[in-house]
Design a protein around this ligand. Structure first.
Ligand SMILES: *Cc1c(COP(=O)(O)O)cnc(C)c1O
Length: 815
């Protein structure tokens, strides 16, 4: 071991070479030009930083491959990483050194950082959670590998034209990705299509072979995930699909060389593009191929590592390996692990099943029925015939258990079956994940309770021990230390710097909540952060936000359940009041809404159009200027959020109660001293518990009240009984915001008046307006407001993803 851990020279890079020297060498050797183009400088700097990581990256990998620790594989179709440079510098404690070296060359670090294209390999919260978890695992010295897909095109870029969303391709790799390393030695073949046949081995045992398959080559691209100043560098392994070498033989022999080469595209399609659906599934065949491609490549990789260390003895495999499934997207890993163990490695079914169900853990992220994945049996059987057989076998054995528990209850068998019967048969992926896992977790207290009482009630009866809660969190490195240097420095001055890896220490800030000098500094930092955000808004939209006004922000995916509509209706209500000269108790307010709509989600796209039209009316009316501004900020993404959260006064977390599984945007805002206006939903409930009701603007129906009122919901009566909402509806229905485009908001208006409106926007409107009035009153007393702001940051410690990951480590992974 001692000789192995001696530093090894890699390429032409001395491990002990300083960042500055390394950077200069890259500029000199790699970039032939003399002029300093910012994009090239970024690339050279990123390569230099990556090389600083190589030695620890290699030693981490070597250590982990010897299985001294249990290995965690985090399987996710999404990793919403954002930019890497700032985080790498922070983790290596190189930020100041780097800034100074660059200053000597008259280069501004911030400008270089702006050159980096976001790695947008995710839709929203679920993908960003995976990224935060990777950071926490590395920082907490957990041997975790992230397995994902290297999409050629990430989350689409959003442009707004005439108020409408336009999607532009996100070719994030165009300039190359300096952080990745292609590792050809880890290539694996992933089979598709073909058929199965049985054969007898030498001992007369019956086996099944999957033959005549069309294989796709999975090529590993590794990205380093450094821990915070601790010398661990974990790996994010992203798979790219390529054609296998023998793909073209038959055609080649027939002389159809060009056709054969062109078929490469078919294989490479698999990792071409991220599906831009958040909280809904569209059942596309290519998506199923992506899911299997990721699952199979990752499991083959894990098994290969194991066999290299221990040969074909899998008796202790489950002791040293655990796989966390980020939603059902990679749940096809359950039958795939069975296939690899039984068909490839020759284990008996029962032994393989024991291993599989001791390794797999499933995280559920949603209660929305439209988000539950189902694959048509016919489609699955065509693409993955062997996998479908295994699913049937798993289902048959499991239904035997169900029949023992509920003898003679055919209805139970039908409702609990992994196969949904009907005109078209489907495989219910959530059921497959639950049956195949030892742990099933929700992502906030309320969400987990609702899973146990509702969606997965019968499974909870079958296996209560599988169910557990792990409330989500966000990494305080990116979401406080890196994105808010002003506040970080002030906090460190007061309580030291241990909070960066032990966020609950922020509770020590409570003692300064009434300290006049401290409050003044706190307020000054918020103002600077608001100015920085205002510059971004001005640049992107041309609209000026005045940083003495309240910054009221809602950024997240656009979805009816998140109720951006409720926010817009409130803006219309303020507009209505200002028009009528009724500004009593009002506070000057800048409202920002941002987020992407799934390209096929018509209602979400109309909500974006409405936000833009209302913003246009507000901003072009002189009477509004002292009181109200509004923008829709295009292309909300991770790097935008790094400027938005620190510059926000009021965070909007206003989903219909019982619909938002957790939320993590809410936590980023809280950490940065924003106050929350929110419903009793997801992790809001736990945030409220931590900070106290007096420091939180709570409103609206509870999940139980929503369920109760839905039985007899009469929005038209609610509208008639509310002067405020009547006024808003009158403006909307008169076409005031769409004079040149009559009728375009009819669906939105219809939804608000619809007794079957699932999101119950009308029901919460008056309560929301009252809460907003309480916000206005509080903002007019700065000492009171900033006291609450400090107390929010102080209470945010529990929402560090380190706390969440400690829960996964101790209660699920036992790593
Ligand atoms: C944190 C984050 C999200 C999740 O936001 P929610 O408000 O929890 O839905 C989505 N997108 C980006 C870019 C984020 O940074």
């Amino acid at each position: 071991m001692s000789s192995e851990s001696a530093p090894i020279r890699q390429g032409n890079c001395e491990p002990c070479e300083s960042l500055a020297a390394n950077f200069e060498r890259h500029i000199r050797n790699w970039l032939s030009r003399d002029e300093k183009v910012p994009g090239d400088l970024y690339y050279a700097l990123a390569l230099s930083v990556k090389e600083q990581l190589f030695e620890h990256w290699r030693s981490t990998r070597r250590q982990d491959l010897s299985y001294q620790k249990k290995q965690v594989a985090y399987l996710s179709l999404e990793f919403l990483m954002g930019r890497a440079l700032g985080n790498m510098l922070l983790c290596l404690d190189l930020t100041d050194e780097c800034r100074q070296s660059l200053n000597q060359l008259a280069i501004d670090l911030e400008e270089i950082q702006e050159q980096e294209h976001d790695a947008g390999l995710g839709n929203g919260g679920l993908g960003r959670l995976a990224a935060c978890f990777m950071d926490s695992c590395a920082t907490m010295d957990i041997a975790a590998t992230g397995y994902g897909i290297r999409y050629e095109y990430g989350m689409f870029m959003q442009r707004i034209a005439d108020g409408y969303q336009q999607e532009m391709p996100d070719k994030w790799l165009r300039m190359g990705n300096p952080w990745e390393v292609r590792v050809n030695s880890h290539n694996v073949n992933v089979p598709f299509y073909g058929r199965t046949e049985t054969y007898l081995d030498k001992k007369g045992r019956r086996h099944i072979a999957w033959v005549d398959t069309q294989d796709v080559l999975a090529v590993a691209y590794d990205m380093p995930i450094p821990g915070y100043r601790n010398q661990r560098v974990n790996t994010l392994r992203l798979w790219k699909a390529e054609a296998t070498d023998d793909f073209d033989l038959s055609e080649f022999n027939q002389g159809d060389y060009a056709e054969a080469v062109a078929r490469k595209n078919l294989a490479e399609q698999i990792t071409m593009v991220l599906y831009p659906n958040d909280a809904s599934e569209n059942g596309k065949e290519l998506r199923l191929r992506q899911q299997y491609f990721l699952s199979s490549a990752s499991l083959q990789d894990l098994l290969k590592n194991w066999v290299n260390a221990f040969g074909e003895d899998f008796s202790r495999f489950a002791e040293y390996n655990v796989m966390q499934l980020n939603d059902t997207h990679p749940s096809i890993a359950v039958p795939e692990l069975m296939r690899l163990l039984v068909d490839v490695h020759g284990l008996e079914w029962d032994e393989a099943w024991d291993i599989t169900t001791s390794c797999m853990a499933y995280t559920n992220h949603t209660l929305l029925p439209e988000a539950l994945e189902r694959w048509p049996v016919r489609m699955l059987g065509n693409i993955l015939p062997r996998i479908l057989e295994i699913i049937y076998e798993i289902n048959a054995r499991y239904l035997d258990k169900v029949a023992q528990l509920w003898p003679g209850d055919h209805h139970k068998l039908r409702t609990l079956s992994i196969i949904e019967e009907g005109h078209e048969q489907y495989v219910r992926m959530a059921y497959l994940a639950i049956v195949g896992s030892f742990s099933v977790n929700g992502v906030a207290g309320l969400h987990t309770e609702l899973l146990k009482q509702g969606l997965f009630k019968d499974f909870y009866q079958l296996w209560p021990e599988k169910f557990n809660n792990r409330t989500n969190g966000v990494t305080p490195r990116r979401w406080l230390a890196m994105c808010n240097p002003g506040l970080s420095e002030l906090i460190t001055q007061k309580i030291g710097d241990q909070w960066v890896t032990d966020l609950p220490q922020l509770s020590q800030l409570r003692q300064f909540a009434d300290d006049v000098a401290f409050v003044k500094q706190w307020a000054a930092i918020k103002r600077q952060n608001k100015a920085r955000l205002a510059r971004l808004i001005k640049r992107e939209t041309g609209v000026e936000f005045d940083n003495s006004m309240l910054f009221d922000v809602q950024v997240k995916r656009i979805h009816e359940y998140k109720r951006q509509l409720l926010n817009i209706l409130h803006v219309i209500h303020l507009y209505d009041r200002i028009c009528r000269g009724d500004t009593d108790g009002m506070v000057p307010r800048c409202v920002l809404i941002g987020g992407k709509a799934a390209p096929g989600y018509a209602m979400a796209k109309q909500i974006i159009k409405l936000a833009n039209n209302v913003a246009h009316m507000v901003n072009s009316d002189k009477n509004m200027a002292p009181w109200l501004r509004m923008v829709f900020l295009p292309n909300y993404n991770v790097s935008a959020m790094e400027k938005i959260a620190p510059g926000t006064d009021l965070s909007e977390q206003i989903s219909t109660a019982g619909k938002e599984a957790s939320g993590t945007g809410n936590m980023k805002f809280m950490m940065n001293g924003a106050l929350t206006i929110g419903t009793l939903d997801g992790a809001n409930i736990e945030m409220l518990e931590e900070v106290g009701e007096e420091n939180f603007f709570l409103f609206g129906l509870t999940a139980a009240e929503v369920a109760e009122q839905r039985k007899d919901y009469r929005p038209n009566e609610i509208i008639n009984n509310s002067a405020a909402l009547s006024g808003v509806m009158q403006l909307l229905e008169s076409g005031h915001f769409n004079l040149l485009e009559p009728g375009i908001f009819d669906h939105i208006i219809g939804a608000i008046r619809d007794p079957y409106d699932q999101w119950m926007t009308a029901a919460d409107f008056d309560a929301y307006c009252s809460a907003q009035q309480a916000v206005a009153a509080a903002y007019q007393q700065p000492a009171h407001w900033y006291r609450m702001s400090i107390l929010n940051t102080a209470a945010s410690g529990r929402f560090s993803s380190d706390v969440t990951i400690a829960g996964y480590r101790d209660e699920i992974w036992r790593a």
